[in-house]
Write a protein that binds this ligand. Structure first.
Ligand SMILES: C[C@@](CO)(OP(=O)(O)O)[C@H](O)COP(=O)(O)OP(=O)(O)OC[C@H]1O[C@@H](n2ccc(N)nc2=O)[C@H](O)[C@@H]1O
Ligand SMILES: Nc1ncnc2c1ncn2[C@@H]1O[C@H](COP(=O)(O)OP(=O)(O)O)[C@@H](O)[C@H]1O
Length: 256
């Protein structure tokens, strides 16, 4: 029985805004999994608390933890997991930095759902897991499908695999800068708002990631870069030639 799973980070090769949807923004983006950066989530048969027990190095309270939120959602469909997680703990070896534009919180949700789906023989389809998880984090559907590379649109709920050669990603995450996704989107909306055309978005979605990065500058590739720099000017110190910006930051990456 599988009791452990890798929960990968992602980068956004490009990230453009298509339009507003209430308080959110519809994105047009290429997501790529980072093969050499992952958390490991395990179910371990050791829990002295007799309640849900999450062991790991997180910067938030249990109630705010995306894994706990995923447990609460899944329990609605499958109440028996409650008894299981009074006897078992969830242990997370956390390597993906938080507030880093690497999707760690969403990735953990997807990994937990995939592992629970197998462990409890639920046989839920990916679509169902993606729907359950999307309530918790916008990037969950991408991670649920386990594609190496995908085009992601809507508010993250539309995921289409993009077949291309595997990419090796090098990352730099400034330790001293924590980018708040909501604040970055707000700044974008108030001061930098623009929408990508259908034509341009179709063009980017059809191009290989390496071609996109050869063609675009860091500002052109990611609509959230300038608002993030406006809010966190220290980011500029990390911006190097040929490096790109992931999500709402703070990580920079390049393909090697
Ligand atoms: C921008 C992206 C792109 O991959 O990556 P990250 O930088 O977080 O890794 C994500 O879509 C982020 O997803 P996620 O981090 O789950 O966002 P949420 O917690 O749901 O949103 C926090 C806040 O950001 C704003 N928000 C988020 C996503 C979106 N498409 N439009 C928005 O306007 C909303 O104000 C929301 O209340
Ligand atoms: N399991 C989790 N892993 C990482 N961050 C989490 C988790 N649960 C909740 N969070 C919270 O989510 C926020 C950052 O989300 P995260 O996905 O790490 O960053 P980003 O949106 O930059 O990709 C922080 O407030 C963090 O404390």
């Amino acid at each position: 029985m599988q009791v452990s799973i890798k929960s990968y980070a992602k980068v956004n090769i490009f990230l453009k805004i298509a339009k507003k949807r209430d308080n959110y923004h519809e994105i047009v983006s290429r997501f790529v999994r980072v093969k050499n950066l992952y958390d490991t989530i395990s179910f371990i048969p050791n829990n002295e608390t007799n309640e849900f027990n999450l062991i790991g190095d997180f910067g938030c309270k249990l109630e705010d933890n995306t894994i706990y939120k995923a447990f609460l959602q899944l329990r609605k469909y499958c109440p028996k997991i409650d008894a299981f997680f009074r006897v078992y703990s969830i242990k997370v070896e956390k390597n993906i930095p938080e507030f880093a534009g690497l999707g760690g919180g969403s990735s953990n949700v997807a990994a937990f759902l995939i592992l629970a789906n197998k462990h409890f023989n639920l046989y839920y389809k990916k679509e169902k897991l993606a729907k359950i998880g999307a309530k918790i984090g916008a990037d969950v559907p991408f991670f649920v499908y386990e594609y190496d590379s995908a085009n992601v649109t809507g508010v993250g709920e539309i995921v289409q695999e993009f077949k291309e050669e595997p990419l090796n990603i090098e990352l730099i995450t400034p330790k001293d800068i924590k980018c708040h996704t909501g604040n970055v989107f707000n700044c974008f909306r108030n001061e930098f708002y623009k929408e990508i055309s259908k034509e341009k978005s179709d063009e980017l979605l059809s191009m290989k990631s390496s071609e996109i990065l050869n063609k675009l500058s860091i500002e052109e590739a990611n609509d959230l870069y300038l608002p993030a720099v406006k809010l966190y000017p220290k980011l500029k110190e990390y911006a190097m030639q040929d490096w790109f910006f992931s999500g709402s930051g703070s990580s920079f990456f390049k393909v090697i």
